[in-house]
Ligand binder design. Sequence first.
Ligand code: C2E
Ligand code: MG
Ligand code: MG
Length: 515
Amino acid sequence: MPQTSPSRMMQFRLRLRHSLMGPHVLAFLPALALAGFWLGGESVLLLVALGVPVLFSLAGGFNFDTAVGASPGRKTDLTDAHGAVAMADQALEQAGQSSMATACILVDIEGFEALENRFGDATVQTARDLVLGRLRTLLRKDDIAVRIGDARFMVLLGPALRLDLEALLQISNRLQSALEEPASIDGTTQCLSAALGFCSSVRLADSATGQDMFAAASAALTEALANGPSAIRAWTDSIKAARSARQSLRGEAARALENGQIQPWYQPQLCTSTGRVSGAEALVRWIHPERGVIAPKQFLETLEEDGRMQRLSEVVLAHALTALRGWDRAGLDVPRVSVNFSMSELRNPRLVEALKWEIDRHDLTPQRLGVEVLETVIAETTDGIIVRNIAALAKLGCQIDLDDFGVGHASITSLRRFAISRLKIDRSFVTRVDRDEDQRRMIAAILGMSDRLGLETLAEGVESVGEHALLAQLGCDHVQGFGIARPMPAEQLVTWIRAHNSRIADTPPLDRHSS
Ligand code: C2E
Ligand code: MG
Ligand code: MG
């Protein structure tokens, strides 16, 4: 989008506003009126009384800074989402009046939670003040910085001629570098990470509101956060397209869950010592009549936001147990099927009862079901119901797998507390394990620890024969990944297992512990 340049009239109004507005003018009003009356009588008094308000309205009202709080002494440090949108509205209006641009930059700080855990709330508050202070030091007089959440801050840039992508990237980089400088907080040196998402008004339609600009910057920040703790992202057409695709899927997802379009596919897991199938993981897919197969990343968040995760777990569980019965009937040896349960599913107070009922209904035993819980859930939860549910599932006989192990910081105590029986080592450790010495050392350390703790192990995301072979040699118990098979419909897995079984009957299994 081209940059707009202000007209002469607008520039005049802007200059007028800067020189006329602010509380200092009010202070001179009585003096002006008195001088006018003394020099020119009643008519000049009238002129001053009427003229000043007219000049104010010509100039476009009070300066945003003065009203909302960027001026010294009246700083607004914290506002809610409603307040943030109102501020963004004013910033847009002010920029629009002078045909200039503005931008909303949202900043998310990572590290406050760790600070709070170690030092308490007062230290976090000091850190928040420090962040706000650093932002305000870097900004110009017309810019605004406020806190809008526990670890989230908003910057609104005052009217400027050039706020294109390059300029905003420069500003964002400057802000990020300043925020990530080590800081002395309550006697300790701390390093915080800052993710930034921004949207310039030049990328929005003329009719855009503060809500639109704030939502666009939020979407850019979400994208930044998905790319690591220190990422910077702009509101772009591709984020816009992804967002509108998600929104159009939103209405459909609930219906799809009920009419059977959302159902799990299955990815086989192999035992490294025998080479045989040791289980299958149920991974949900949306078989969309027009768009084809849609991955869970694109609709799980929508289902979560709509409070449909409980229903999803019912659908997946019923489907997975039916599939397991089907494989049994086909004469295949699939010892177990595993399902993924999110935090909200694990919060269901009726989870264990419903699960027991489903297992009975399918005439199966709880040992045939695995429940995958993300390491982040275990690491973060203090929620009693989740702890009780996982403990009850383990007691019932279900295998509890710790999913994405290695990226979620679960403590060794929590492994015991949640009765974990298997670690699913995250793909990030598995990739190139056969070619990267650091990866190999990491996997060896995880396997050594699991061995000592009496935990089984499964390596996720095994993509090559080399990775598979090395994991087997290092003593990893199970493997799963595209290198073995991609997730597939339940009935297709029947054909795959038959072919696999005849393959391993002809070939000796991969050698374990040979190096
Ligand atoms: P996850 O449970 O860690 O599942 C593994 C993901 O890695 C799956 O992605 C799988 O298709 C993919 N994958 C497997 N092998 C390889 C490989 O060799 N290379 C690569 N690059 N990827 C591989 P998918 O199916 O897209 O699922 C993503 C995540 O969505 C899952 O991660 C799980 O957290 C969640 N999910 C999937 N199905 C369900 C479900 O029914 N309920 C819940 N709550 N979450 C689910
Ligand atoms: Mg999983
Ligand atoms: Mg995983």
